[in-house]
Design a protein around this ligand. Structure first.
Ligand SMILES: CC(C)(COP(=O)(O)OP(=O)(O)OC[C@H]1O[C@@H](n2cnc3c(N)ncnc32)[C@H](O)[C@@H]1OP(=O)(O)O)[C@@H](O)C(=O)NCCC(=O)NCCS
Length: 219
């Protein structure tokens, strides 16, 4: 399966909303992703079909920086390399496989959500999204990476633990639909040598296992 990781664009919103609804059916309506695209603190990426031609997404509305300051390797990762005259994606086809995003605040990258279309799960896409999001967090200057996950969501917890997130607390009744507790997980310093070594090794293993080129990354 060939796909690209790139910044979420407004043309992706119908499919992102559908994936959100499938992944989080009890939390409806979904977050307002349209508003998120205009939020300078929010950064979202998608895993999408490589074969689909689409309009390049608008750069995020970060009034101070835009994308121009990102290093070339990250631009390569997040910008599609399709010709400028490419077409908008056909809406009938599921060309987005998954998405994830973060909010960046004072050196903390808070992962807001991650979801993969059900029929494409267990194929390494969630992991690639997480690797790419961690890369993005670092490029944006974060050291602390945090998230909340439902106490019952052991699949996602396994994914996070694999990448070095550790449980640091419990938010009682955090989820509004069923008052389930949220487990707070963090990577304290994602730029530290041990964290980087772990992620580098996981990235290589992932690339070998899924025969996907390792995403562009810091050395
Ligand atoms: C969590 C989610 C994004 C994982 O995506 P995915 O593409 O299936 O994950 P991957 O195939 O990349 O798996 C990566 C790792 O995640 C963990 N994992 C994911 N699904 C798992 C499952 N069903 N059982 C056990 N571990 C699982 C494993 O550690 C796995 O590594 P491994 O293959 O070496 O065991 C996906 O299950 C999903 O969209 N769930 C619904 C939304 C959700 O719960 N999001 C989390 C909100 S906090």
């Amino acid at each position: 399966m060939a796909f690209t990781i790139r910044l979420m664009g407004k043309e992706d919103l119908p499919q992102v909303n559908a994936i959100d609804h499938e992944a989080f059916p009890t939390l409806w309506p979904p977050p307002n992703y349209q508003r998120e695209l205009k939020n300078g603190l929010a950064h979202y990426i998608v895993a999408c079909d490589d074969e689909i031609e689409y309009e390049p997404p608008e750069p995020p509305k970060d009034t101070t920086q835009g994308l121009s300051w990102l290093p070339a390797r990250l631009k390569l990762l997040f910008n599609n390399s399709k010709p400028a005259n490419s077409k908008a994606p056909p809406q009938a086809r599921d060309y987005i496989y998954g998405f994830t995003g973060l909010w960046l605040m004072a050196g903390e990258a808070h992962i807001t959500n991650i979801a993969v279309r059900e029929k494409y799960r267990r194929q390494g896409i969630g992991e690639l999204l997480l690797i790419s999001l961690i890369d993005l967090a670092i490029e944006l200057g974060a050291t602390l990476v945090t998230l909340e996950v439902r106490a019952s969501n052991t699949d996602a917890q396994r994914l996070y633990a694999k990448y070095g997130f550790i449980e640091v607390g419990l938010r009682r009744g955090y989820y509004t639909d069923n008052r389930e507790d949220g487990v707070l997980m963090t990577i304290e310093d994602v730029t530290s040598a041990p964290a980087q070594a772990k992620i580098r090794q996981l990235r290589q293993t992932h690339a070998r296992r899924w025969k996907m080129p390792a995403p562009a990354i810091a050395p």
